[in-house]
Design a protein. Structure first.
Length: 84
């Protein structure tokens, strides 16, 4: 049985902008991504025509550097800037 990668499970400090979306940290990167998807689905922010795109609301725009639309692959890169 393989051990889980401890780098993914390490609790990270969450910025105040990101905390407005996912809650207060510290939390592992995997939990941040899960919480982000819960927020996106709850507020119906996934583009219905292209499910890979996220339409940012006011809270997510702060996390996404002011961008209104971000694809899900770019999202993880932008979110990592808010984790330390």
């Amino acid at each position: 049985m393989q051990k889980a990668n401890s780098a993914f499970m390490k609790p990270l400090t969450v910025s105040s902008d990101l905390a407005a979306v996912v809650g207060k940290g510290p939390m592992p990167r995997s939990e941040v991504v899960k919480a982000l998807w819960v927020y996106i689905k709850k507020h119906n922010l996934q583009d219905p025509a292209n499910k890979r795109n996220i339409n940012a609301d006011a809270n997510l725009k702060k996390v996404f550097g002011g961008k209104a639309v971000v694809n899900m692959f770019e999202m993880t890169k932008l979110v990592s800037k808010h984790l330390s």
